[in-house]
Design a protein around this ligand. Sequence first.
Ligand SMILES: [Mg+2]
Length: 199
Amino acid sequence: MSTMKCFLDMDGVLTDFVRAMCERHRVVNPYDDPKNYGNYNMAELLGMNHGEFWFPAEHHQFWAAMNWMPDGREILEFVEETFGEENVCLFTDPSQSGTSASGKMNWVNRLIPRYNGRLLIGKPKAFCAHAGVVLIDDRDENVDQFNEAGGQAILVPRPWNRLHDLSKYTKYPAVSWINVALAHSQCLGVKEHTDGQET
Ligand SMILES: [Mg+2]
């Protein structure tokens, strides 16, 4: 079992922020169109200004009622198996609305209450970067900043980041990628899960 600590992002990794936004705005998911792959700026893709885009997210319930990503539970389970549940901490960036933080706390309390005491809410993720910790996140910028600050970060393949192409080729793409990325990183003690086969 690893002695590394893992920070696990919520929006776009565990929770389906994009789907929630599309439903509230009553728009088609812009990431259904391959020409939008790799563009994290969803407001720009929807032709909205900052205020228009974030308006639905000003409500506590937007965050509290958010659905899991289709592979969110699987990612959480894999990360817990890899690092040990006690070494995993949720780490999420709130929106500018205060209701975001309370809504996220409510979501965790409702769906994975064992993380009530292992939940960090804050924007500057790179401030927590140091040797011995891994950040798993879906935002290119967060991953780059965390790596530059001395931590190790793994980008989860999603249509809105630079690993968008990876998500098309495997049955469980995000978990597969995290597994491979961890195995090939400098995370001592973390071994690739190979179903008993040597690689
Ligand atoms: Mg995220």
